[in-house]
Design a protein around this ligand. Structure first.
Ligand code: FUC
Length: 823
């Protein structure tokens, strides 16, 4: 890779000479400890266990999390009164009595039970190093190429080094303490916790144990029992203990292991033995040697991480510590900071979402609060889905598994909700869920009367197939995709005025027009229509791929024709609601009707250019600065708008220290996204958006370099995945031109390439221009209805950059090489 970068620097001339700092390119590093600020600490995790490493000198804090440590216990939160109230709620909406409908929904539809449980911390491992008050040469880093956090400093003439990682293969955390002189390591170790029901003790000579039960919450008894064990192995020195602490004196080096497991088996079974489980992992790891564990950890991590390499160039700005680069980013050219942030998103996904574990929640797998914001649970009207946008395209398909499994579980629990609340078949989930897979409506009508969770989530089931082509997998998830569609076949109702079939009650997440008395409850919001369109299309696509359910296909095709079309309103905007009530000065963080632009593929410049132009106006009217995740979403939208500079502007906004942007989010020193507070969705959303700037596999093609900003006119990327199973083995661009690209076909089929400049086969021959529909089924674009355009709108299609489109028939397993056709 390095050779390529050096060779490449000669071509571009934009990179600084010398690549000494390039070895540090994928590190977050700092010259000061975290102190008390959690958002300064550095996250490590293996999908099951996670920690925030503070890197404090005298009192090191390692804040611990485990993926199943949630408040409460198995429970449901349906409100069966909904069924009886449903006709009246609908009537009120259709009569324009929105406030009354909202009130009734609050009383009869919103849950009277749990609004969802909380993801809770385990506790801290605290290491106290007496006599280290005076230190120099302080440095700490998180190496995201190795998934290891490191702290070094000098005290009393001795250089101390601490390394910490959460091993992927060994499922325990490993902390190694060393120094450059023998016999110098002395400290005491303790486990602490904020849980009320807990027991902290020392087992034998060298093992700390923290056992606890999670909190009761909203009437649900906390029953998750967990055990954190920390065993200490010394080289030299002396070990002693009290009832609650273990002390080490004058060791040469020390290895600490932390194993945390709970009694959680699945969302309806918590009968496991946490103590035995924690001990088993610890026993297995304890006899291993540090260097071997480290090597196997790095190998397991890099299997995923190394699949994608990105280089956007390096400038002098990259030489500063991460917090200073963050401060400078808006006013300087630091393209490798974008690379770092991009790869950090991939790091965070690998570290918080592993097959067999829980999906990444609102904070991934990192939370230090007993009562975290929004319970750190799963918000399904954007946040949870956004977490998984980078999964397939940045070649981390396996990391999608925990979400896909959760969706399968929701397709079970959500059946009863569909039945008892709405008398419908299939399954439904509202705007939140948690580890117990609750599916009822929570928080209040304004937020909770949104039943699109199943429709949106099932797109993830379908998309995993579109990227992998795995028919056995599709077979296994088909019932859930179909079930999400079936719910809407029962739930849709004819709009008395327009005669279209609409979702009612529903909403356009968390937004409301003044004209609706400030109530969000509505019928046929644009997003709801788009979601139903997508879940029907996915079911049709899956049924066709599996050769199933002919009758259902016909039925769904018929229903799709009766859904409302999209509307272009009087401000030349894409309408958020069926009536033209959008305000051009509304800068609400949710722009849910642009779901159709991204992540969905219903608004395309090629097949519906006026809608595309309206979507742009909506984006402009909503403005740029907003909460972290909203800005992350906007990077994707501006990429879809093929406007690289505007997308870059959003990256700049997002990569701004918190409290700099008025009314908006930003980024903390540890590069966690700030809603504020910390929410991990913005990290993942932006990683997805950067990918969309470089490659999009939508609108029926694999579109290379669709939205290149002036700031990265030259660069290279390798390893991206596209729908239809193509892997971009390598792609280079220079001064805005696509120079060369190598693509592997993992499924076969037609590769329809769209490029910003003319390309040829690497061998020199001409490429075949594309014609007609793309015959590759993975690229089928479902035709949408013609939009309804307001009489006062004068919307015109936008002018697009010229592109070149080619058809390349491919064979599974073969690689294809293309290069620029000189002008
Ligand atoms: C949705 C958003 C909020 C926040 C919360 C977790 O409700 O509207 O901004 O991100 O989820």
């Amino acid at each position: 890779m390095k050779n390529i970068i050096i060779a490449f620097s000669f071509i571009t001339g934009v990179l600084i000479s010398g690549f000494a700092q390039n070895t540090d390119a994928l590190k977050l590093w700092y010259n000061t400890p975290s102190g008390k600020i959690w958002e300064n600490a550095l996250p490590v995790g293996n999908g099951f266990q996670a920690a925030m490493v503070f890197g404090n000198v005298e009192k090191e804090i390692i804040q611990l999390n485990e993926h199943t440590v949630w408040s409460g216990s198995p429970n449901r939160n349906d409100n069966p009164n909904a069924l009886e109230a449903l006709p009246e709620v609908r009537e009120l909406i259709f009569e324009g009595e929105y406030k009354a409908a909202e009130n009734l929904a609050n009383e009869k539809i919103i849950t009277k039970r749990s609004h969802g449980q909380m993801f809770q911390p385990v506790g801290n491992l605290e290491l106290t190093f007496a006599g280290h008050e005076n230190y120099t040469d302080y440095y700490r880093e998180l190496d995201i190429e190795k998934a290891i956090a490191k702290t070094t400093y000098v005290a009393d003439g001795v250089t101390y080094t601490r390394e910490a990682f959460t091993s992927f293969p060994d499922r325990v955390m490993v902390i190694h303490l060393s120094s450059d002189k023998p016999g110098k390591i002395s400290f005491s170790a303790a486990l602490t916790t904020q849980h009320v029901q807990q027991e902290i003790k020392v087992n034998g000579e060298n093992e700390l144990s923290l056992w606890g039960i999670t909190s009761d919450h909203e009437g649900v008894e906390g029953k998750v029992e967990f055990n954190a064990l920390s065993r200490i192995k010394t080289n030299g020195g002396h070990i002693s203990h009290t009832d609650h602490t273990v002390a080490i004196e004058n060791a040469n080096s020390v290895l600490l292991f932390v194993s945390i497991v709970s009694n959680f088996n699945n969302y309806h079974d918590i009968s496991g033995n946490e103590n035995q489980r924690a001990k088993d992992y610890l026993d297995k790891a304890y006899n291993k040697n540090f260097e071997d564990m480290k090597a196997s950890h790095i190998e397991a991590y890099q299997k995923y991480f190394n699949r994608v390499k990105l280089d956007l160039g390096v400038t002098e700005a990259s030489k500063l510590p991460t917090n200073e680069r963050l401060k400078n980013f808006r006013n300087t050219s630091d393209p490798s900071f974008v690379t770092l942030y991009y790869q950090y998103g991939r790091y965070l996904l690998i570290s918080s979402s592993q097959p067999g574990g829980q999906p990444a929640n609102l904070q991934g797998l990192w939370n230090g609060n007993m009562k975290p914001a929004w319970d750190s649970k799963y918000t399904l009207n954007i946040n949870t889905e956004m977490n998984y946008w980078p999964a397939e395209k940045t070649n981390l398909s396996e990391m999608h598994e925990p979400l896909l499994k959760m969706i399968m579980e929701l397709s079970e629990t959500g059946k009863e909700t569909a039945k008892v609340m709405y008398g419908a078949d299939g399954w439904v989930v509202h705007h939140n869920t948690d580890i117990w897979r609750v599916t009822g409506p929570v928080d209040g009508s304004f937020w909770g009367i949104w039943n699109g969770g199943g429709a949106w989530l099932s797109q993830h089931l379908w998309e995993h197939y579109l990227y992998t082509g795995d028919k056995n997998y599709l077979e296994s998830v088909y019932p859930a995709i179909k079930g999400a569609a079936i719910f809407f076949t029962d739930f849709l109702v004819e709009h008395p005025t327009y005669k279209w079939l609409v979702v009612a009650p529903g909403n356009s997440p968390e937004n409301a027009p003044k004209e609706h008395q400030g109530a969000s409850i509505t019928a046929g919001s644009t997003m709801d229509n788009q979601l139903v369109f997508d879940v029907f299309s996915a079911t049709i696509g899956a049924a066709k791929a599996l050769g199933r359910d002919k009758e259902l296909i016909g039925k769904l095709e018929g229903l799709k024709k009766r859904l409302p079309p999209m509307h272009i309103g009087k401000h030349n905007q894409l309408q958020e609601w069926l009536d033209d009530v959008d305000r051009p000065d509304d800068n609400h963080r949710h722009i849910s009707h642009l779901y159709g632009l991204y992540p969905s593929n219903q608004i395309s410049p090629y097949s519906n250019p006026k809608l595309f132009a309206a979507a742009k106006n909506t984006l402009l009217q909503r403005g740029d600065v907003s909460t972290g995740w909203s800005m992350g979403w906007k990077v994707n939208w501006w990429a879809k708008m093929q406007d690289g500079n505007h997308a870059y502007k959003l990256i700049q906004n997002q990569l701004t220290p918190l409290d700099t942007l008025r009314g908006g989010g930003g980024t903390y020193n540890n590069l966690f996204d700030a809603h504020p507070p910390f929410q991990i969705d913005g990290n993942f959303g932006c990683t997805s958006g950067i990918t969309e700037m470089l490659m999009q596999s939508s609108n029926g093609t694999v579109h290379l370099l669709p939205a290149l900003p002036d700031n990265f006119k030259s660069g290279l990327i390798s390893g991206l995945k596209t729908r239809g199973g193509f892997e971009i083995i390598d792609m280079k661009w220079n001064h805005g031109d696509l120079v060369s690209v190598e693509i592997n076909s993992t499924i076969g089929g037609n590769l329809r390439l769209r490029t910003p400049n003319e390309m040829k086969w690497k061998s020199g021959e001409k490429l075949k221009n594309a014609s007609g529909e793309n015959p590759n089924d993975f690229f089928t674009v479902s035709e949408i209805k013609k939009p309804v355009i307001s009489e006062t709108s004068d919307i015109e299609p936008l002018e697009l950059q010229t592109t070149y489109v080619y058809d390349i028939p491919t064979k599974k397993g073969k690689t294809y090489n293309f290069s620029i056709k000189k002008k």
